[in-house]
Design a protein around this ligand. Structure first.
Ligand SMILES: [Zn+2]
Length: 238
């Protein structure tokens, strides 16, 4: 007489493979998310570069306006200087004009360094654009691979489920229930072999001799006293 756990043990082989496939299916959205997050990093770098350029361009426009106003002031002062009634007034205008021209000079220096910053910013922006484009290319490939993998895994899981249903039909119903309960609980083997030295193949604790003997007895089903898994001790092949 064959042991009642024998067909369940065969079913378990299929179930453990199925569990691995289902786990991989579950992991795919996270892997997809990680890949997409990488892309959003490159995107936000480019956004920052664009933002910084806008800021520099706005500052440059403000400076240009400021310089124009200062130049107008110089022109006005020069006109007034020509119409000066006294030497004192004339010298006062020389001083005023000197002060405004100094302001113009400092604004022009600022303008120059902003223009340099703008050029550097454009190079950084170009670098970000190239980086993003290359990441978009490789990420699109990776995502497509993942999507194809997911589809293949889903198809495989459906076949495996149908296959395990057929095998499950030949198993003892009460044992099948017990087995399923342990399998769902452990997310791992529910039926384990007695390892050499009389240890449980699941938790590796030393099993009492009675359990080892009963595990060989086709009229009994026994569990490990420690982890609760069903213990199976097939007779040596003759
Ligand atoms: Zn155990």
């Amino acid at each position: 007489m064959s042991h009642p756990l024998e067909p369940l043990f065969a079913l378990q082989k299929k179930d453990l493979k199925l569990i691995r496939v289902l786990r991989e299916i579950q992991d795919i959205p996270k892997r997809r998310g990680d890949i997409e997050a990488q892309l959003s990093g490159a995107k936000s770098k480019l956004d920052m570069a664009l933002e910084s350029r806008k800021h520099t361009e706005a500052s440059l426009r403000d400076l240009e306006n400021e310089i124009e106003l200062l130049r107008e002031r110089v022109t006005k002062y020069k006109q007034q200087q020509m119409e000066a009634d006294s030497n004192e007034q004339y010298r006062a205008f020389v001083k005023e004009i000197g002060a405004v021209e100094a302001e113009i000079k400092s604004a022009e220096d600022k303008q120059l360094s902003l223009m340099e910053a703008l050029e550097q910013g454009k190079e950084i922006e170009e670098g970000c654009r190239t980086q993003l484009a290359s990441e978009e290319g490789s990420i699109a490939d990776e995502i497509q691979e993942l999507d194809e993998r997911l589809q293949a895994l889903n198809e495989r899981a459906e076949q495996m489920k149908a296959d395990r249903r057929r095998v499950a039909e030949n198993c003892d119903k009460a044992l099948l229930q017990k087995y399923s309960r342990i399998l769902n609980n452990k997310k791992d083997a529910a039926i384990v072999l007695v390892e050499s030295g009389g240890h449980c193949g699941g938790c590796h604790m030393k099993l009492p001799p009675q359990v080892i003997n009963d595990a060989r007895n086709a009229t009994k089903t026994v569990g490990c006293n420690f982890c609760g898994r069903l213990v199976y001790n097939p007779a040596p092949q003759r």
